[in-house]
Design a binder for this molecule. Structure first.
Ligand SMILES: [Zn+2]
Length: 352
């Protein structure tokens, strides 16, 4: 079993948290000594400042697993042919953004339509329909997503980004019904696709989605850009996408991934609330093409979906058919939910 390798955002968070804790410890011990002993802290007892600086990166490195030490180089063959080309099915979670300053959802909508790689890309937006989203300009962006020809799926209709498994039954059903109604008002039809917040579902929530006519779509690749506060960049975006796509290659070779309309749909997840993603969408599109070429994976002459109906067909073909289906979640989520006894099953960890 390999070590869990935290993503760079987590490593920075762990590093910062440890450094802050050590300095707080240093301050607390000093003030306690001064208060109770009525004497300045002796140098022999005081946690020295250089130790704080040295201990933080060391502990951060240990806690961050192997990612800093082990270069990612999947040991897979790139020779076996793949019968059909891939087409990337772009999905965006958590929006529409309510930001008044360089709104990332608006920027992404513009760049999907106007970009040098494939103008007029259509994507799938898993939206939040209540809470902050009701505020302008998020309120106006949901109809715009539909008007621009994109597909709308359901993410949540709670007052915030909440895990459906932890809602009361009444609140959960209300969220489903409100979300369906909100989307229906915009698009004229009920959503057929749902992406559960935090990638988390159990038998109860899965069955409820199905009973409300929605099918769960997870992802093949993730930009791991869900954290939008603080540092929201992705210095390892290329290697992350390369590694994730590389794990799909053997499955493509043996025909394990469905072919729809003569292409293999590869689901990619971004967050349209992330300003970094919005600023770098062109680069992400280019990176997807480049890592596919590096992995000797054929790409369709139309690398991204351009037709909403075809996109929906492909997305439905890639949905989870049963709650008991073993799935691989992006980033740390398999690690988190796979060990949760409430799920009643192990969702296999995705770290390798
Ligand atoms: Zn989300």
């Amino acid at each position: 079993m390999s070590l869990p390798c935290f993503q760079v955002g987590w490593r920075i968070f762990i590093f910062t948290a440890i450094a802050a804790l050590l300095f707080m410890l240093r301050l607390v011990t000093r003030s306690l000594c001064q208060h109770f002993l009525q004497t300045p802290l002796n140098n022999a007892v005081k946690l020295p400042r250089p130790l704080c600086f040295m201990a933080a990166p060391l502990l951060g490195l240990l806690l961050s697993g192997c990612a800093l030490i082990k270069p990612a180089s999947p040991d897979i063959s790139l020779i076996e042919p793949i019968s059909h080309p891939v087409r990337f099915l772009l999905t965006f979670d958590d929006g529409p953004s309510t930001s008044n300053s360089q709104n990332p959802t608006a920027s992404i909508l513009h760049d999907l339509e106007h970009n040098p790689i494939q103008p007029g890309i259509k994507a799938l937006f898993f939206v939040q329909t209540r809470g902050a989203t009701l505020r302008s300009p998020g309120r106006e962006l949901l109809p715009r997503e539909h008007a621009d020809g994109h597909l709308i799926g359901f993410h949540t209709a709670t007052s915030g980004h909440k895990n459906h498994r932890f809602l009361s039954h009444e609140d959960f059903i209300a969220s489903l019904e409100n979300g369906i109604s909100d989307i229906q008002k915009v698009t004229g039809s009920a959503p057929k696709l749902v992406r559960p917040p935090f990638w988390n579902y159990d038998a109860r929530t899965f069955d409820a989605y199905q009973m409300h006519g929605m099918h769960v779509l997870l992802t093949d690749l993730s930009a791991n850009d869900g954290k939008i506060w603080g540092f929201n960049g992705s210095p390892r975006r290329r290697i992350n996408l390369y590694n994730q796509l590389s794990t799909m290659r053997p499955k493509m070779v043996v025909g394990q991934i469905p072919v729809v309309d003569n292409v293999i749909p590869v689901v990619v997840t971004f967050h349209d609330t992330n300003p970094y993603t919005a600023r770098h969408l062109h680069e992400y599109l280019q990176i997807l093409l480049e890592v596919a070429a590096e992995l000797n994976i054929p790409v369709s002459p139309q690398p991204f979906y351009q037709d909403k109906t075809a996109l929906e067909r492909a997305a439905l073909a890639r949905t989870i058919k049963s709650e008991s289906e073993v799935v691989v979640l992006p980033g740390i989520w398999s690690w988190i939910w796979g060990s949760n006894p409430d799920t009643g099953k192990a969702k296999l960890a995705a770290f390798n």
